[in-house]
Design a protein around this ligand. Structure first.
Ligand code: CMP
Length: 151
């Protein structure tokens, strides 16, 4: 079943010029980007997105980080997209992330871990709704779709 996820290239990824690298990995894997935009995340939206971390000691620093420069937010479709994307980005802490993953290859520190991705289909819907309206999420067929999946 095709699943929908949310991925965000956070300010360190944008400012360090890693957007192309991240997008390239998503595309090469076979995922389909169905919406994407660069935005300066406001404190209000950041606090909603990271609501579950509100009581954590790193919350304030996390909000400062994600609002410090533009982010690239996207909606991505694919078979088991949530899990596939979590595997592509690697562990939250780049020190623990395997080589070959985005965080494993390009980051050094948990508070500057380049990307965020939804951890469940339910959270994906909640998170993408903070950034996109229904009309902004597009529908199209990729040329490799019939070869990526057998059914
Ligand atoms: P992300 O996947 O965006 O989800 C929550 C973010 O909080 C995480 O990536 C890190 O940027 C940050 N984070 C998670 N755990 C810690 C921690 N222990 N210390 C500091 N920042 C953290």
């Amino acid at each position: 079943m095709i699943e929908r996820s949310f991925l965000m290239i956070k300010p360190d990824g944008v400012v360090r010029g890693l957007c192309g690298e991240v997008i390239s990995r998503l595309e090469k894997k076979g995922l389909k980007i169905v919406a994407m935009k660069m935005i300066q995340v406001t404190r209000e939206i950041a606090e909603k997105q990271y609501e579950i971390h509100r009581e954590k000691e790193f919350f304030k620093s996390l909000i400062n980080y994600v609002t410090s420069a533009p982010s690239l937010v996207m909606v991505i479709d694919g078979k088991e997209a949530v899990k596939v994307i979590r595997n592509l980005i690697g562990a939250t802490n780049p020190v623990e992330a395997n080589s070959g993953t985005i965080r494993g290859d390009f980051a050094m520190f948990i508070e500057r871990n380049i990307v965020h991705a939804a951890d469940s289909p339910e959270n994906a819907i909640k998170e993408l709704s903070l950034y996109f309206s229904e009309e902004e999420i597009l529908s199209y067929k990729k040329v490799d779709e019939d070869w990526l999946y057998s059914e």
